[in-house]
Each structure stands twice: as C-alpha cells, then as structure tokens.
Ligand binder design. Structure first.
Ligand SMILES: [Zn+2]
Length: 464
C-alpha cells in the first residue's frame, strides 16, 4: 500500500551528466566514519519556503549543533506540539500557533528536533535534526540524519519491499554507496548533500514511510558500501537495462578508466518484457516529434520544417550514442552521449536502447500526361519516385520526388540511463537464487565491499 502513495514506482533515473568530475574530488576530501550523517535538502533553491511548520507529539527542542562532531546542546524546549519557524529579517524566529514568538536564533541558522527524536514536516516524518538556514527572505529546510536512517527512508521509495531479500540487500548497499558518493556533491552550494527526488535518490522520510522488509535489508548490510581503488564507487543505478548495461562513458562521456566497473555488462538474464516500462513502443506523428524537440531550449528554432530523417549511431553496448534529426530544408540538430539522446526525445523513449523507423504514406498512383494521353502507374516506391523522360535509347531523369515521413515508430527496451545496477535485473537474479554479492559483482565488476571507516583506514594506510 505504501507504494500507492506516489505517482508511479519510483525508480531513480539518475541524471548524472554533471556529477562525474565534481564528485571524485569533493567526496574524497571528506573524512569517512561509520556514524556519518547526511544532509538531505527537503526544500532549498527554487523550492525554499518563507516559513516552515512542524508538528511533534513529544514537543520540540531548539539546539546548538556542531555539524562536524554532532555535539548538541539544548537551547530551548517546549511541550508545544506545533511550531512555525519564520525568516524574520534574516533571523530564524520560532512561533506558536497564535503567532507569538517564543524563540529567536542569534543567526540565520536554527536547529530544531522533536523531543523524542522525530518531527513531522509536511507529509513526512524526519529523525535527528532539522536545520533551518535563512537566506534572501526564504529558508532552506535540511534534514541532517544518520546514514542508516536515511537509507531506510530511501529504499521503500526506490524498490518494492516485496522483492526477494537479496534484491533488497543489493539495493541497500547501492543506495548507501550512492549516498556516500553524493557527500559534498552537486547540491553543495546549498549546503546539502542530496535532494529528495530522483535527481539524487527518492527519500520519503522515516516513520510511516519505512517498511520492515527494507529496514531488515539495511540492518543486514549495515555500513557496507562498494569501493574501487580506495574510493567509494560511483554506484549509479537504473530501473532496467534490457540486454546490456550502458557504460558511463557512453551515457555521459568522461574518462572510463576512472570507473572501469561502469563499462557496461551483458544482462541476458533480464526479462524487460515482464518489467514495468521494460519494453515500449509507439508511433508518433512527424509534427509531434518536431514540436517536442523545438520545445527544448537547446534545440528551439533550429529545425525549420518537418523532419526528413532521424539517424541514430550506436555504441558497443547497443545504446544510441548520437542522434541527428534533419528537416526537409537540410537543417539539423544532434546530441551526443546516450543520456543526451534520451533527453532530446524523452517524451517518446524510456532509454537510449531505442530503434526509430520512419513511416511514409504510400502513394497509390501517379499519372502523367504524355503524347499518347494520360499514363497511370500504381507501382510506386514508398517515399521516393522519379519522373523520367523516355528519349528512346537513354531515359533521362527529370525530377526525383521524395516525401517526408508522416510518422516514426519508436521502440526499445529498458528504463533509465542504463548504467550500473539494474534494479529489475537484480530482482530477477535474486529470484533465481543469487546472493547480493553475486548480483553486485555482475553489475559493478571489480568493485569490493568495505565500510566508510574501512575506506578511511585504507586511505590512511596508502598515505603512509
Ligand atoms: Zn538531487
């Protein structure tokens, strides 16, 4: 039932084009330890509110909080079950339900928690600490929460708790690894490590969002992460992959030697026809595809007329890594790297493991006025025909008439960028008796298991 709360099953289709180079540096600068907390941005940037309302049956505490040591000290306590925090001229002020101000922070930052360690914000229950940071008349709402709790809030939103235990353990390790990889990552300028959407991985908070089956998988794999060459692995994942996973180079470019475990592997065990959106097909009019491409700011206005051709070029993994769309006037737009191919036509595809076939109106007949009267033929090619003058010995072509496709049939397999673990593929392997160790060795070949503290020790050892 829990899954029904969200619009669709929930698989993180990670958009990763900017992450690869950014993360390797910033993440390695952090000091890993097993009790690390992660800063989950509940609302920041364009979603920043002016004020935030919290409820807690146990009452609230306002604390001082050291984000490095996690030391805290209670500054203010109240048995009130509802509080509103406002940005008052750049200072966080705390109000009870009649509007009375009961606490005022000394700076733009305020840390609030439920007395029993949980509070509610909007639709979610959040553990540990909520950080409020006032900025430009608005505020960022950030949940600073222990890693294992964070993973327990992610898994029910990313996979089906009904899946086999080994698939759940696989997902727990991958979600944990991805979280560690994201520390100090792409949202860092907002002071958060991850957001709560499929941009990073979906986080629904704790409490009622948790599920006993996924919690058990998190506990059974406590602190385990994947590493490669002394660094946390870039454990990106996809919903399903079809017959092969895509390489990180194919999807986003960059240096494959940094992530050799993401070079792509065959996945013939997958049965995409049985997975949600694992196979897909549709026929779309020329005009609809043209309008969609023109609606994207990167391509707007570049195609002047209806589409004459869509040409795909494939990589060794079977994913389209270049798309060129040309109009009847010869203008064209193109995109490189399979994730950008998917992005250009994302309304019509689930992955870049795609085929596109043009459809032409079949002319039924053509008539020409000749010296002998009107001649009619009904044997015409689909999209191109030639008007030819018969001069006796040597026929002369007068015109070649080519029609543009009226529509394109677009079909493919897999859902997502196709890189790394395939969630449905892991489910299939687990059902057939594979362990999480076997599943992860298949999808991330060459990686090994460690813990954050193990990784820190490895780094310290290699530095000596
Ligand atoms: Zn994000």
């Amino acid at each position: 039932m829990r899954l029904l709360k969200t619009k669709r099953p929930l698989f993180a289709l990670l958009l990763f084009s900017v992450l690869i180079s950014v993360f390797t540096l910033s993440a390695s600068a952090l000091e890993y330890r097993d009790d690390l907390k992660i800063k989950v941005g509940l609302e920041f940037g364009t979603t920043s509110p002016k004020q935030a309302q919290f409820t807690s049956e146990s009452g609230f505490k306002i604390i001082s909080f050291d984000e490095s040591t996690y030391a805290e000290e209670i500054l203010f306590e109240t048995a009130q079950t509802g509080l509103t925090v406002k940005n008052t001229s750049g200072i966080a002020t705390v109000h009870i339900s009649d509007g009375t101000e009961v606490y005022r922070s000394e700076s733009e930052t305020l840390y609030i928690a439920g007395i029993d360690g949980a509070l509610k914000y909007k639709d979610g229950t959040y553990l540990d600490v909520i950080k409020i940071f006032c900025k430009d008349g608005l505020m960022r709402v950030i949940n600073i929460v222990e890693f294992e709790k964070y993973i327990k809030g992610v898994l029910p939103r990313e996979i089906y708790p009904s899946w086999p235990d080994e698939a759940l353990k696989t997902a727990a390790i991958v979600a944990r690894t991805f979280g560690f990889y994201s520390l100090g990552g792409k949202h860092q300028k907002y002071g958060v490590d991850v957001c709560t959407t499929s941009c990073c991985q979906v986080f629904g908070g704790n409490g009622e969002n948790e599920h006993p089956a996924t919690n058990a998988a998190v506990d059974a794999t406590k602190n385990i992460i994947l590493a490669y060459n002394g660094k946390v692995a870039m454990a990106v994942y996809t919903s399903s992959a079809g017959m092969h996973t895509e390489s990180s180079f194919g999807a986003w470019g960059g240096d494959q030697s940094q992530h050799p475990y993401l070079a792509g592997v065959p996945t013939f065990h997958e049965t995409p026809e049985e997975y949600p959106r694992g196979t897909w097909s549709g026929t779309y009019s020329n005009e609809e595809i043209l309008a969609y491409i023109n609606s994207k700011s990167a391509y707007a206005g570049k195609l002047k007329g209806v589409i004459d051709s869509i040409v795909l070029e494939y990589g060794e993994t079977g994913y389209a890594r270049k798309i060129t769309v040309t109009d009847i006037y010869g203008s064209s737009v193109s995109a490189k790297n399979s994730d950008n191919v998917r992005g250009m036509i994302s309304k019509f595809v689930r992955s870049a493991c795609v085929k596109i076939v043009p459809n032409y109106d079949q002319p039924t007949s053509a008539s020409v006025l000749t010296a002998d009267g009107i001649k009619t033929t009904t044997t015409l090619p689909a999209n191109s025909y030639v008007l030819r003058a018969d001069t006796g010995n040597t026929p002369v072509n007068l015109f070649k008439i080519t029609t543009s496709p009226v529509s394109f049939t677009i079909s493919g397999t897999g859902w997502g960028h196709g890189v790394g673990l395939s969630q449905f593929g892991a489910m299939t392997l687990a059902k057939s008796g594979c362990t999480y160790q076997q599943i992860l060795a298949l999808y991330y070949p060459g990686t090994y298991f460690t813990t954050p503290s193990g990784l820190a020790a490895e780094k310290a050892g290699s530095a000596q």
